[in-house]
Write a protein that binds this ligand. Structure first.
Ligand code: EPU
Length: 420
């Protein structure tokens, strides 16, 4: 096991590159299963969830090479349509193989993802969409078994604009017979990148980035190469790292329009923000103002930034309320932040954060990916030493975050430990 040791109080300064988006790459990779050739995805982050997807796709028969952020995926020998429990339980995004396998092979057997660290994360919308496209779905011994002859286009409305269900439906519909309409589709940048990639493969998609997506199914798709988008959540996390330490930092290789809402909220909190085509600079101006946020689907404030915002607000001049409408139970970071001196009360799906004058280092434990990011942020601002255990959670989605933070002047080390 490894842990982080952070000696807080260093002001972050300088420039840092943002990595490619994990949640985009996790959709782009299974999308390659729609063709039987060699595909390349550039700007893929070196994070553990990508390695889990590599293992899963290798199990299906893909031949994958991952070198310097470039994934080369050869799908000419895909011959297995079973996504086993051992891999799916590690990462819910494994459900993304369902649509491509079903539509290309007429069969997919995918383990049910089950709950996650912060509560239930259903997949009913994925399954209902596959049924609408003509699949027969059975649940057997913890597995989804989906079968069909060629899928047929259909009109599908999502009561909730789910990222994963939109992605799975896009991939399945791309090879279906006839046209599919997805109404109330997710509009997240990761879905836009998936739709653009499918288009490069030859898919016919209209309404990309809107809530109404139309897909005209084609008979085959060809291999294609794609340059992945930057990670907007890593960008937001690094901006807060700068702000929480009173620093001045420039992010490079970022798409400012993907983080507009985060930038607006940071400005309200008293930071100065400047952006150009692919850089964002944050400058601190003094005290942190208290700013409420409510998470929402894109372009709302992302649930994946909720924990980090709570860390920032725990040092604000006043009280703020942070409400999560996407995942009402996603507050595992709160008791750990309290160990550093934060004053937070969770009421239903809101955290009421009373800003405190200072945080003080302590030993804390990561419970999930974004919760660990919030602990790192709080540790950077806390006086004294913070130790963060179970950092395998952060390694799922942030590429060597300690190295990026060190580049900016943070005192953070990754060390081996027997502690769990
Ligand atoms: N939902 C349903 N039924 C479904 C699917 C979703 O009710 O069949 C509900 C969920 O319970 C939730 C809402 O719809 O309330 C949105 O969930 P969504 O399906 O959009 O989430 P996801 O596709 O499972 C992706 C990201 C998550 C991110 C969410 C929300 C990937 C691999 N994961 O998950 O990322 O929190 O969208 O933006 O893209 C993370 O990176 O830390 C992470 C958890």
């Amino acid at each position: 096991m490894e842990k982080f040791i952070i000696r807080g109080g260093k002001i972050l300064e300088g420039k840092v590159d943002v990595s490619g988006a994990k949640n985009s790459a996790l959709a782009l990779m299974p999308a390659t299963l729609l063709n039987d050739g060699i595909n390349a995805i550039e700007n893929t982050p070196e994070v553990n969830d990508i390695h889990t997807m590599i293992k899963l796709m290798t199990e299906l028969g893909s031949n994958i090479n991952f070198d310097k952020h470039r994934l080369t995926i050869d799908n000419s020998n895909v011959n297995n349509q079973v996504a086993p429990y051992e891999l799916v339980k590690k990462m819910r995004a494994s459900i993304y193989v369902l649509g491509p396998l079903l539509t290309r092979f007429g069969y997919a057997k995918v383990s049910m993802p089950g709950g996650c660290a912060w509560g239930p994360r259903p997949i009913n919308l994925h399954l209902e969409a596959m049924k609408k496209l003509g699949a027969e779905i059975e649940l057997e011994l913890g597995y989804i078994i989906a079968k069909s002859k060629r899928l047929r286009g259909a009109k599908i409305h999502f009561d909730v604009p789910s990222v994963g269900a939109t992605g799975n439906t896009l991939m399945a519909a791309a090879l279906a017979k006839g046209s599919t309409l997805i109404s109330n589709a997710a509009t997240e940048p990761e879905i836009v990148s998936l739709a653009e990639y499918l288009t490069k493969m030859g898919a016919k998609i209209n309404g990309i980035g809107t809530k109404m997506i139309e897909i005209e199914g084609v008979d085959t798709l060809s291999p294609a190469d794609y340059y992945n988008i930057p990670d907007r959540i890593e960008a937001g996390t690094l901006l807060i790292a700068a702000g929480i330490t009173g620093g001045n930092v420039t992010l490079c290789n970022v798409m400012p329009n993907h983080v507009d809402t985060i930038l607006i909220k940071l400005e309200e909190a008293g930071f100065r923000l400047e952006s150009n085509e692919n850089e964002i600079t944050l400058r601190s101006t003094g005290a942190i103002a208290n700013v409420d946020v409510t998470t929402d689907v894109y372009p709302g404030f992302p649930t994946d930034m909720q924990a980090q915002w709570i860390a920032l607000m725990s040092l604000a001049n006043g009280t703020s309320t942070i409400t999560d409408t996407i995942y009402p139970d996603r507050f595992n970071h709160v008791p750990e932040l309290a160990r550093l001196g934060a004053n937070i009360e969770v009421v239903n799906n809101s955290a009421v954060v009373k800003g405190v004058g200072k945080l003080t280092g302590a030993k804390v434990m990561s419970t999930d990916l974004r919760a660990s990011a919030s602990l790192v942020l709080a540790g950077l601002a806390a006086s004294g030493t913070t130790e963060i255990l179970r950092i395998y959670h952060i390694d799922r989605g942030y590429q060597r975050i300690e190295e990026k933070l060190k580049t900016l002047g943070a005192d953070i080390e990754r060390v081996k430990t027997d502690e769990y």
